[in-house]
Write a protein that binds this ligand. Structure first.
Ligand code: SAM
Length: 484
């Protein structure tokens, strides 16, 4: 078995040997590829609407792709208003008024303008174009009185800037994306100071809304409680979910694992910095999660597992628009196998009756539903009976989670390093594994395609967090229970 890189995301991004030289990275066409990819996925992957499926969008040549920079400049000079009008139209229609000065956002809008027919992804693209609103939460383990004092103080001093989340009064979200990590010092120095002080003294955690979901749902479902004994966080660094778990548990212990030694060390440091003392409840390990040792004794298996795997991170582009600059479907394709292996290993470490989450900060079904379907199908009991099932989420009032999808499409990207020729730069869609093999698609494996029948898997019980629903990042969470 080859040793796995301790930075699989970087390895996945380099999985195409020519990737760094590819035309789309030099030209900025990753924005077009991203939109083409999501606009052509079946409905439900990132948007809702009345039509059943998007027509296959015209190729990215509608924009300026395929032209040299000089040619683009010449065109712009000749038609000074045309491009701008297109952008303004899109910007108006999705009501983007803030933060559109960044070159990334402008290019996202330009790319979107090529898909006039893709009305239903308007909100999706619109929200991805805004900076990520600030979120934070009051820590669970504070005594009730302290929680109430902080809640009162936030209402008195910052209610014009932040509001409690509809589904959890301890979680706060900025009312506008103008209040974000980058702008906080300028937009509200008092709020910034409040957050710094209370993060240092362990009362407040600054964490993204989407990232809070896996632990939140385990807690709300009653699967992770103060009495839970053994929890495993398989891909733990930088540790925001580990901390969340530790705040809830009073008796048991958490094993925090990560393949990357440096990242694991920074997790240990941030535990110390958090101002909370958890040392007796946490153990660390520095292992490849896909080979994590399976406890031999039944009672050493885990009650709960958090499996927050390495992913392409295309749900995080509001936080870091540079993710878009590097975007290609090859990244997700290259991570799929590792994600299946990690989830399959996690399932083996879960005790009967135990519950785990599988999550990514990507919206790509290849990293999400395809992984869950593959791992669950592998892990059957004798007689083909399911040993695991996807669990329906508990009701969280006001929370908008979209059902997992049962249909999706697989694409790769064909680029050419030398030619700035449209024909050579495009997404290729493969209807089956066999087609993909014939077309020499890199990293193709059968489990990337939707299984013939997904009915018994209940993939709709997975939850997709669309950025447009909660003004958040994009995210995916599946809750899985071991039933036998
Ligand atoms: C999405 S991040 C996890 C974020 C973390 N759960 C949190 O909430 O702070 C994925 C992590 O997986 C780690 N990782 C990547 N490949 C791994 C592997 N094969 N085994 C264990 N950890 C891995 C990466 O180093 C990275 O820290």
């Amino acid at each position: 078995m080859p040793k796995r890189s301790n930075n699989p995301l970087a390895a996945a991004r380099k999985s195409d040997s020519k990737a760094d030289l590819l035309w789309h990275r030099k030209s900025g066409a990753a924005f077009q590829l991203f939109i083409e990819y999501y606009a052509c996925q079946p409905l439900g992957v990132c948007s809702d609407g009345t039509v059943k499926e998007f027509p296959v969008a015209k190729h990215v040549t509608k924009m300026n792709c395929g032209q040299s920079r000089a040619a683009k400049r010449r065109k712009k000079k000749k038609q000074p208003n045309n491009d701008r009008e297109g952008i303004d139209l899109v910007v108006d229609s999705v009501q983007i008024n803030e933060s559109s000065e960044s070159p990334e956002n402008e290019r996202l809008h330009q790319a979107f303008a090529a898909y006039e027919s893709a009305d239903t992804i308007r909100d999706f693209i619109g929200s991805l174009s805004r900076a990520l609103s600030l979120t934070f939460r009051i820590r669970q383990n504070l005594p009730s009185q302290e929680k109430e004092t902080l809640q009162r103080l936030i209402v008195e001093q910052f209610s014009d800037l932040v509001a409690p989340c509809s589904f959890d009064p301890l979680i706060y979200q900025a009312k506008s994306s103008n209040v974000n990590k980058g702008s906080l010092l300028q937009s509200s120095p008092a709020l910034k100071e409040f957050l710094v002080t209370n993060s240092q003294n362990g009362k407040i955690a600054r964490q993204e809304l989407a990232s809070m979901l896996p632990v939140l749902v385990l807690h709300r479902g009653g699967w992770l409680t103060s009495e839970t004994k053994r929890v495993l966080d398989l891909c733990a660094s930088p540790g925001s979910k580990t901390m969340q778990v530790l705040e809830i548990m009073t008796r048991g212990s958490v094993k925090a694992n990560d393949i990357n030694k440096q990242r694991l060390e920074s997790l240990q440091e941030s535990m110390t910095r958090s101002g909370m003392s958890f040392s007796s409840k946490i153990k660390f390990s520095n292992l490849d999660a896909s080979h994590f040792p399976i406890p031999l004794q039944e009672d050493k298996l885990y009650d709960c597992i958090i499996c927050d795997v390495p992913c392409s991170g295309d749900g995080t582009i509001r936080k870091d628009p540079r993710v878009l600059t590097n975007w290609t479907p090859a990244t997700s394709n290259a991570l799929h196998r590792l994600q299946v292996d990690i989830l399959a290993r996690a399932l083996k470490c879960l005790k009967v009756g135990g519950v785990m989450t599988y999550s990514t900060c990507s919206m790509n079904p290849i990293e999400n539903e395809a992984v869950v379907a593959a791992a669950l199908s592998q892990r059957k009991k004798g007689g083909g009976q399911p040993a695991f099932e996807l669990v329906q989420w508990p009701v969280m009032e006001g929370f908008i989670g979209r059902p997992g999808v049962t249909k999706w499409k697989v694409a790769d990207y064909v680029g050419d390093t030398d030619q700035e020729d449209d024909e050579k730069v495009q997404l290729r869609w493969h209807s089956s594994y066999e087609d993909a093999v014939e077309a020499k698609m890199e990293k193709a494996c059968t489990s990337m395609w939707p299984p013939l029948s997904t009915n018994d898997l209940h993939l709709d019980r997975c939850v997709r967090l669309w950025p447009q629903d909660h003004d958040s990042g994009g995210f995916f969470v599946a809750v899985i229970k071991r039933i036998g």
